[in-house]
Design a binder for this molecule. Sequence first.
Ligand code: DX5
Ligand code: ZN
Length: 229
Amino acid sequence: MTFDRTIKIAPSILAADFANFGAECAAVEAQGADWIHVDVMDGHFVPNITFGPATCAAIRPHIKGVMDVHLMIAPVDPYIDAFAQAGADVLTAHVEAGPHIHRTLQAIRAAGMKAGVALNPGTPAEAVSELMDMVDLICVMTVNPGFGGQKFIDMSTKITALRRMIGDRPVHIEIDGGVDPNTAPIVAKAGADVLVAGSAVFRGGSVSDPAPYGDNIRAIRAAAEGVWA
Ligand code: DX5
Ligand code: ZN
C-alpha cells in the first residue's frame, strides 16, 4: 500500500446487499471504488451488530484493492490477529474504545497492517495528538457511529486541526458518515483525502445493475476534486 494524498472513494459495505457481499465488492471496485470500507460493529461500543473477521476473510478474495476495516468494537486487542489473518490492509480502532490506544496501534502495526485511529464527533482532535507517529490514517466520524444513511455533521474545524497536527507525515484523513456530492467538497477543502460513502454509493444500483455505483462514485470524486481546481 503506497501513500499518496489523492482523493480516494471508499464505499462502505454496510449499505450493500448483505446476502451478496463478495459480488458487491467486486462490482463496486469495477465501477471505480478505490478502497472497500468494512464496518465492524459489536452491539456494545455501538448500538448495532454487523459482521466480523469471518466476513472479512470471505470477501478478501473478491477485493483487488485495499480492505479498510473500521472497528466499532470494544475491546479491540483480542481481535487484532483475527483481522490480520482475514486480510485487512488497514485496521482502525476508536480512540474511545479503551484506555490503551497507544498499545492497540502498536499491536495493529506489529500484526502487519496499517494502523488507523477513529474519533467520534464528540472527541476533540487533541485526543490523538500523541499518536501522530503511530498511525497511517485518522478517521473523522461525521455521524455518530452505528448506522448508515444518517445526516452529516460538519467536522471541518477538527479536520483542519488534524491536517495541521499531521504536518508532512504520510497519514490519511478519512471521513466517515453522510458523505455525498454535497458534503464531499466541505471535507476535501478542510484537508480530507479518503472519503467513505455507503448510501451515497450504493443507492440506485445492484450487482445486476452496477452502473449507478459508478455514477455515484464519479459524482462524489468530482465534487471533492473540484475543490482542488
Ligand atoms: C457508520 C459507519 C459509516 C457508515 C457510512 O457507523 O462507520 O461507515 O456506514 O454510511 P453513510 O455513507 O450512508 O453515512
Ligand atoms: Zn465506517
